[in-house]
Design a protein around this ligand. Sequence first.
Ligand code: TXA
Ligand code: MG
Length: 323
Amino acid sequence: MSVILHPDEAGIARAVALLAAGELVAFGTETVYGLGADATNARAVAGIYAAKGRPRFNPLICHYASAEDAFAQVRANAVAEKLAAAFWPGPLTMVLPRGGDCPVSLLAGAGLETLAVRVPAHPVALQLLAAFGGPVAAPSANRSGQISPTMPAHVLAGLGGKIAAVIDCGPCVVGVESTVVDLCGPAPVLLRPGGVSVEALEAVAGALETDAPVIEGRAMASPGMLASHYAPGLPVRLNAASVAADEALLAFGPPLPGAGLVFQLSAGRDLAEAAARLFEALHELDARGQGLGLRRIAAMPVPQAGLGRAINDRLGRAAAPRG
Ligand code: TXA
Ligand code: MG
């Protein structure tokens, strides 16, 4: 059962408690309804991918109550400061390098070293974000491949029963998603056209590169970027049916005997738990495995269903031949 919360003090307090408990809460923004989770809680973030039926991990936007809160977790620059002053709160998302002690889970950022941040212009969303006091990861609150929701009823039609609650914030005034700009390079790059026009952006930020080969989801479409992020130092062997003493084992369910080191993704073979721990597992097996002089990471098979597809997609990239 998904409850509908009123956009008043009691409703917001309930939503904050649910988010803090790792639950999913949909809320209105000026663009579309977002499916919110505590961005610092990898397990809650994994729940977003599961509820949406998103077949692969695509990085999520983190939402904040103010530019100050957002810029405390990324490395802003002069253009970002100017854009924030002009368009936040509002339908603009900026991709910036993660800050050194950024608490956002690696899963929310899909393992990238950048983070997409936004301050939405909706009074209820801002109250929720201020009361929660931390980053809220939120993609559009629809099943993957379906139309973005701009009314609570749309959210419930797609995700009813799969999420804890939706805050009734009325219809969304913008109705298309935020504009996404990448500010990590020398010139701003448009990754997704959206609620703030290119013309308006250029008036503040100067010329925008708008002909990036792939616009939406560029970060995911760029294999070079992904390879460098998902490939550990140690080679990865997939579908391990046995393991050697000079290998580190990525276990899913009862571990194969004989490994030099083991990281358990999920003893009970829970895909959401495994997804939440995947990046952490690869980091740890790589670092500790190299320290122990191990030669390889051997990964036990994960079912190719639900979040297992995303896990296998990432493991496949990690195991792909290095360029
Ligand atoms: O208006 C919106 O932006 C809505 C509301 C809820 O805020 N959210 C939304 O999220 O549209 P989503 O997940 O549907 O779209 C996020 C977009 C995707 O195209 C994703 O690839 C891109 O932002 N993105 C997120 N993080 C990124 C990153 N670190 N680098 C490049 N692109 C990123
Ligand atoms: Mg979407």
